[in-house]
Design a protein around this ligand. Structure first.
Ligand code: IP8
Length: 277
């Protein structure tokens, strides 16, 4: 059986996060080159991408992560209803996903996209939905999915399923996954101090659960959990003996090195205990 890696492309890496629906096509192209390299070296990739400005801005405006609001709260939102906003955010995410699928197919990478609103429900690390298509993906096929608006049980009705939750279940439940790589934008990994104050020595190269790190989260933009959620889900995965590394995706060769298990500038997550997969 070929080795598998799960890669999360952060939304802040592949889009301009503060400008509505602006993809970084050059970055997406270079990251797609690294997936091709992985395939040529005999590694199958499961790719999960974040939302960036294709998801978070409207999801924030219409408070989609909170689920269905009562009528008095929803009258304070923008001109659309929450239902219209769900349709728009799903459409926008499909548009971002299309850019990614185009970059992959342009490089002759055979890729299949599985939008979560079609197969997943509930939010958080124990979201529901069968991973059979990921498990049974034929050799050489890159399976792709992404953060999305999904249905939820009960009064909540809907919520935001983050790509960070998707990678956690996928890495643990799909057999033969050796590594999980978070390719993030703007930083080399997890930093000990806020990015604006950080120098090269402030990168935490090996992160343990005891570490104090700068978990600055752009809650004005993000509806999901920022670096803190990645670290949390990363430790969950690392406990199953899977290598988890965060690298600066602005240096695509680091993503490839991390996928191959080479020593790379970034943050490796060191679990406190281990569970067999
Ligand atoms: O960027 C969020 O996914 P993430 C998905 O992976 C939406 O956390 C639609 C905001």
């Amino acid at each position: 059986m070929r080795e598998r890696v799960v890669i999360k492309w952060g939304g802040g890496l592949i889009t301009k996060k503060d400008v509505l629906k602006q993809p970084r096509l050059d970055v997406i192209g270079s990251l797609a080159d690294q997936i091709l390299e992985c395939n040529l070296l005999g590694i199958d990739v499961i790719l999960v991408h974040g939302a960036g400005s294709f998801g978070h801005l409207k999801a924030k405006e219409y408070r989609l992560a909170e689920g269905r609001l009562n009528p008095s709260d929803s009258s304070t939102l923008g001109p659309m209803t929450q239902d219209e906003a769900i349709v728009e955010v799903r459409k926008d995410m499909l548009e971002l996903n299309k850019h990614i699928m185009e970059a992959l197919t342009k490089r002759d990478i055979s890729a299949v996209s599985l939008p979560p609103h079609q197969w997943a429900n509930e939010t958080g690390a124990d979201f529901k939905g069968s991973l059979e298509h990921f498990i049974h993906a034929p050799k050489g096929i890159t399976m792709v999915t992404f953060g999305d608006v999904v249905s939820c049980e009960g009064d909540k009705e809907f919520g935001i399923l983050s790509g960070d939750d998707l990678v956690a279940r996928i890495a643990v439940e799909v057999p033969h996954v050796k590594r999980l790589i978070f390719a993030i934008g703007g930083v080399d990994g997890v930093l000990a101090v806020p990015p604006m104050q950080a120098g090269p020595d402030d990168l935490i190269e090996v992160l343990t659960t005891e570490h104090v790190f700068d978990g600055e989260h752009e809650s004005a933009i993000d509806v999901t959990g920022g670096i803190g959620l990645k670290v949390d889900r990363g430790f969950y995965v690392a406990e199953y003996g899977i290598d988890v590394t965060m690298v600066n995706g602005g240096h695509p060769s680091r993503v490839l090195d991390a996928c191959l298990g080479r020593v790379v500038r970034g943050t490796k997550l060191h679990p406190s205990s281990s569970i067999s997969k």
